[in-house]
Design a protein around this ligand. Structure first.
Ligand SMILES: [Cu+2]
Ligand SMILES: [Zn+2]
Length: 179
């Protein structure tokens, strides 16, 4: 039994420290978005941190039901309920089509689908590629940027939004730290 425990506890501790490590690495720039539902209630928070080892998105949110949801960075920092159309199209500085499975894709704002289990929680952190936070081609350009969660999964290929349906959660990114 002791051997069994040792075998399983070490990987758990290892993954825990991996999750915690972002806070230990000093971030040069952090932007954060309070997430809201169409009825105005809070749905969680999203944070993007520019660090020495890359740019990382961390999301902690509550979905309306267990399931898989499309999620993107959108071009305009405006979340006007109830349809959040104000957030504009996917963030797309390179003028590509939607989706990593689209030969003409993808938008820089295209992100992997997120999953919520029975507890409705969506919690993740991953490295973003092809992202610049500030400057004229950055996510936080003159009209800002937002993160949007959709009612359905993204099929990763149908232009312009992966058939992911209505926008159900939206958050405007705000700069919280600059060194
Ligand atoms: Cu979207
Ligand atoms: Zn897209």
């Amino acid at each position: 039994m002791r051997k069994f425990l040792t075998f399983f506890i070490i990987p758990i501790l290892a993954s825990y420290s991996t999750l915690q490590s972002p806070m230990a690495v000093e971030a040069s720039e952090v932007i954060t978005a309070d997430l809201a539902r169409a009825d105005g209630s809070s749905a969680g928070v999203a944070t993007i941190s520019q660090r020495r080892d890359g740019v990382f998105l961390r999301l902690s949110a509550l979905a309306p039901a267990a399931g898989t949801y499309g999620m993107h960075l959108h071009a305009i920092g405006k979340c006007q309920a109830p349809d959040f159309a104000s957030a504009g199209p996917h963030w797309n500085p390179d003028m590509k089509q939607h989706g990593h499975d689209n030969p003409m894709g993808a938008h820089d704002g295209d992100l992997p689908n997120v999953d919520a289990g029975a507890d409705l929680k969506i919690a993740l952190e991953y490295k973003l590629t092809n992202i610049t936070l500030s400057g004229p081609t950055g996510l936080l350009d003159a009209d800002g940027g937002a993160i949007v969660i959709h009612e359905k999964a993204d099929d990763y290929k149908t232009d312009p939004s992966g058939n992911s349906g209505k926008r159900i959660i939206c958050g405007v990114f705000k700069s919280v730290k600059r060194n």
